[in-house]
Design a protein around this ligand. Structure first.
Ligand SMILES: Cc1ncc(COP(=O)(O)O)c(C=O)c1O
Length: 382
């Protein structure tokens, strides 16, 4: 029996999964943001209960009870007052930000993104024929921080900002003063803020996530906030997320932009999301403790055994952005895949260079150690 519920290693190849199916057996997958943990018992119990009613018709605009829980959570966790009617259910956060861009931009408009960034955020401008204005974060050796001056300058001349907070791939969180400066710059230029906050729950060291829309009603009225229980509770395959849009006109335009492409959420995903938000907090706290220990374990082992790799210990997410340039591997993703049989996400997919990779430490400690052991061995055999 594993000492901790998160220590147990499951055979995930028994069912189809993106994470474990992409690479051949023998390769350890440490890429896509999907954790190797079973979900909270409260979620499986609620799904079993729902299966007892064997009809799975359309779910409509989503349960009022779930809207109420989301509104209560926003108040409780962030001191942000929203109305249950502000919530729009979606099949995912990626469909959500694409729908927002469809609603609020026109061909040729300027969209600001910070790089490196989650690949679908990087790709979004191209989907809607927008001009992508990239604002690079400072490098890992400089702490992967926001260059606020460059960012606010870029926002002064843009129609939309696609914010990723907490940030994928670096795990960085924005401070209140950074968010205030971003909000001020967007209000001045009229840029709509599309804020992907899918990683808002996994936050370490007692830090607190701040939704940008919670800063003021003026900012909230220019913002589409996108959240989901999917990353935290490991239910991304249930395809359920939500937008919070307090401004009625913005919400109307957002809903109208759907054009039949991604209407509503999955009925089982709605059930799982409600169970997670209502009953999942003790599980979430235990998960965060486990992940925080994984994060520290990874940092300690890398600094001792592969000190050439630079890593800014993430404040949030179960993702680590590794700067491997000092190892001079050429394509670091390819090197670790071929020589260590470990699959990371390649730096260029985030708009960075091939000396960087993203590692997912949302897994049992034994798998994390296996991944690090393989990296160390592959480097010693160069
Ligand atoms: C920043 C960010 N946004 C969105 C997603 C995916 O969202 P969804 O599966 O709800 O479309 C991910 C998944 O890793 C992510 O990291």
């Amino acid at each position: 029996m594993a000492a901790n519920e998160f220590d147990a290693v499951m055979d995930r190849r028994r069912v189809p999964t993106s994470k474990w199916d992409r690479y051949p057996e023998g390769v350890l997958p440490m890429w896509v943001a999907d954790m190797d943990f079973p979900v909270a018992e409260a979620i499986t119990a609620s799904l079993r209960d729902r299966l007892d009613h064997p009809v799975f018709g359309y779910g409509g605009p989503g349960p009022a009870t779930l809207r109420d829980v989301i509104a209560a959570d926003m108040q409780d966790l962030y001191g942000w007052s929203i109305s249950p009617a502000d919530v729009v259910f979606l099949p995912g956060v990626v469909p959500g930000f694409n729908q927002a861009l469809k609603a609020f931009t026109q061909s040729g408009d300027r969209l600001v993104v910070e790089t490196p960034v989650y690949p679908p955020i990087l790709a979004a401008a191209g989907n809607w024929d927008l001009t992508r204005k990239e604002v690079p974060l400072r490098s890992v050796s400089e702490g992967s921080t926001v260059d606020l001056h460059r960012l606010t300058a870029a926002l002064g001349d843009a129609e939309a900002f696609l914010l990723c907070n907490p940030h994928n791939p670096t795990g960085m969180m924005r401070t209140r003063s950074e968010l205030e400066a971003i909000g001020k710059a967007c209000l001045a230029s009229g840029a709509v803020i599309i804020s992907d906050e899918i990683h808002c729950d996994i936050v370490y060291g007692g830090k607190k996530h701040i939704p940008i829309a919670s800063l003021s009603p003026e900012i909230a009225n220019r913002t589409v906030t996108l959240m989901a229980a999917s990353k935290t509770y490991n239910i991304a395959g249930l395809k359920t997320a939500y937008a919070i849009i307090p401004d009625a006109e913005l919400r109307r335009r957002f809903v109208a932009a759907n054009l039949g492409m991604s209407e509503g959420a999955n009925v089982l995903g709605l059930v799982a999301t409600e169970a997670a938000l209502r009953h999942g907090r003790p599980w979430k706290q235990a998960l965060i403790s486990y992940l925080e220990a994984n994060r520290d374990h990874l940092s300690h082992r890398l600094s001792r055994e592969i000190p050439e790799i630079r890593l800014v210990s993430p404040d949030a997410t179960y993702l680590a952005w590794l700067d491997c340039t000092a190892l001079e591997l050429g394509d670091a993703y390819r090197f670790f895949l071929d020589k260590a049989k470990v699959a990371f996400n390649p730096g260029p997919s985030f708009g960075s260079d091939d000396g960087h990779v993203r590692l997912n430490f949302g897994c049992p400690r034994a798998l994390l150690d296996e991944g690090i052991d393989r990296m160390v061995k592959s480097l010693s055999q160069r």
